[in-house]
Design a protein around this ligand. Structure first.
Ligand SMILES: [Zn+2]
Length: 137
């Protein structure tokens, strides 16, 4: 069990206890026990939906790093359609980028792709730190 699982267990237990207690006070011990189970499951649903929202939020809003000039944050990029299997973005500076999965390429004025950054699951990492063996993942 890691720290998040422990926190989730405590969170679920608190909700289970609260709902169980309310139902117990109203309807007795059996309702109270059912309330504990329902409350625990409710806690699990709340946490799962929070994770889902965070995942979508990350995919939709926080999915781009600072632009190469260091000016634009994720919300400054404008989506300009798709190109092959990637999504085309233009930042407020006018530079074009192509996001392919976990990788962000800068598109040069001659339409060449230059790897800019790679998302390692938590952060965007500069392409300088990327080994060639990582490129196909
Ligand atoms: Zn920019």
């Amino acid at each position: 069990m890691n720290i998040f699982e422990i926190a989730a267990f405590i969170f679920n237990s608190i909700i289970a206890f609260m709902i169980g207690r309310i139902l117990y006070a109203q309807y007795g011990i059996m309702a109270g026990l059912c309330g504990v189970i329902v409350g625990y499951l409710l806690g699990v649903c709340i946490l799962k939906s929070t994770l889902l929202v965070a995942w979508f939020w990350d995919r939709i809003f926080l999915s781009l790093p600072l632009c190469r000039r260091g000016v634009c944050t994720a919300r400054h990029y404008k989506r300009k359609g798709t190109m092959g299997d990637g999504i085309l973005y233009v930042c407020a500076c006018g530079d074009r980028y192509l996001k392919r999965g976990q990788r962000l390429f800068e598109i040069g004025s001659d339409d060449t792709l230059k790897l800019y950054m790679r998302y390692d699951g938590h952060n965007w990492v500069r392409s300088d730190n990327i080994k060639l063996s990582d490129l196909d993942t």
